[in-house]
Design a protein around this ligand. Structure first.
Ligand code: NAD
Ligand code: DAU
Length: 354
């Protein structure tokens, strides 16, 4: 029980960065339950795969018998719940998987956790934690002069993805309020860094720029996101796990709002610098394409609560983080080749065909 964490979705982008960061603490053991959808990649965790403090289990959070067995066998003192369908564009094309995993799956996980937690000793019940990793998208879209989202901003999700995450947040809240389950919810802004599946803006642009392919910018490129380096997000989750107030939610962000076009320009310039080629700048590859339906205009996070109450602050600057990220994608050709074969090509062909 002591220091055994059950991580769900730990073969994905943020989950695998979280596991690699946490396993550095000698006293921590981790069981990683992941379904290995297209977004899950066990290679991310190769460096810890033979560590006796790490165990991988392939499975679905919605499989209640499996969850019961895992909890009963490993006796975790905490669950950190990352598993989700996470790509907004896929939720627009096919919302069903998002309802199944993000809502039904979280419900199944909560039910099995409640049963497990209820049977613990008083002392173990007190120290147990369930951390639900969620998103700023539950708050909807900001106008140019609106203040950033705070923990008391009303929920107004606009995409099927955001709606499914909002529903899961409400379930987590209800399990604390009704049953006393010791939950904590984090709502974070856009992450970037190593291991992000290249369907998302930053890795997609890095790889297309590297390969001299079109850089598809939706709409006018002026949609704003608040970018946070993934290592800082993982450190924030660990801080909430250790010191967060039970039942509370914490907004996490990088104080780093940027329009998409500015991000793409920075990526083009870094790829030009690190992988020079004869001829024009990569900026010439930028192509404005049809906008995402219901595209949220602006996200920005007010992260003062976690800073004030728990002492967390982002360490990376955007300039250092994006440089490191571009370098990582350019240097990890085998990882890139592995994830961009097969179904990825099909997604790109279908999604960007028009
Ligand atoms: P990701 O898509 O890279 O990884 C998701 C992981 O969950 C994959 O390994 C996948 O195989 C696994 N998974 C999916 N369905 C599953 C199921 N039914 N059972 C078990 N495993 C399943 O996602 P990510 O970007 O790492 O995001 C992780 C979490 O953080 C998500 O809950 C997401 O909503 C949230 N989040 C992401 C961001 C971001 O910018 N990426 C920002 C804020 C919050
Ligand atoms: O805000 C947190 C959320 O950030 C997470 O909850 C989601 O899981 C994560 O996917 C991300 O959602 P976004 O929709 O903001 O990320 P994405 O990388 O898909 O897009 C970022 C911005 O870039 C968005 O305004 C859409 C735009 N975009 C994206 C792609 C893939 C483009 O202009 N062209 C593209 O090809």
């Amino acid at each position: 029980m002591q220091n055994m964490i059950l991580v769900t979705g730990g073969a994905g982008f943020i989950g695998s960065n979280f596991i690699l960061q946490r396993i550095q603490e000698q006293a921590t053991s981790i069981v990683n339950l992941d379904k290995l959808t297209y977004a899950g990649n066990p290679h991310n965790l190769e460096t810890v795969s033979s560590d006796s403090r790490y165990k991988f289990v392939q499975g679905d959070i919605g499989d209640r018998a499996l969850m019961r067995q895992l909890l009963g066998t490993h006796h975790p003192c905490a669950i950190v719940h990352f598993a989700a369908e996470s790509h907004v564009d896929r939720s627009i094309r096919g919302p069903e998987d998002f309802v199944r995993t993000n809502i039904d799956g979280t419900f199944a996980l909560l039910e099995e956790t409640r049963a497990y937690w209820s049977a613990l000793s008083d002392e173990q019940r007190k120290s147990f934690r369930f951390v639900h990793v969620s998103t700023d998208e539950v708050y909807g879209s900001l106008g140019p002069d609106d203040p950033p989202f705070s923990e008391s901003t009303p929920y107004a999700p606009n995409s099927p993805y955001a709606a499914s995450k909002a529903a899961s947040d409400h379930l987590v809240r209800a399990y604390h309020h009704t049953y006393g389950l010791p939950t904590l919810t984090t709502n974070c802004s856009n992450n970037y860094g190593r291991f992000q599946f290249p369907e998302k803006l930053i890795p997609l642009m890095i790889l297309n720029a590297r390969d001299g392919k079109a850089l598809p910018v939706y709409g006018d490129g002026q949609n704003v996101r608040d970018w946070l380096y993934v290592e800082d997000h993982c450190a924030a989750i660990a801080t909430v796990l250790r010191r967060g107030r039970l039942g509370d939610t914490y907004n996490i962000g990088g104080w780093n709002e940027k329009p998409n076009l500015e991000i793409v320009h920075m990526i083009c310039d870094l790829v030009d610098e690190m992988a020079p080629r004869a001829g024009n700048s990569r900026r010439d590859l930028i192509t404005f394409v049809k906008d995402r339906p219901g595209h949220d205009r602006r996200y920005a996070m007010d992260a003062r609560k976690i800073e004030r109450e728990l002492g967390w602050r982002p360490k990376a600057t955007f300039e250092s983080g994006i440089r490191e990220t571009v370098r990582w994608y350019l240097e990890n050709e085998a990882w890139v080749r592995d994830v961009t074969s097969g179904s990825y090509r099909q997604w790109v062909a279908t999604h960007y065909s028009g």
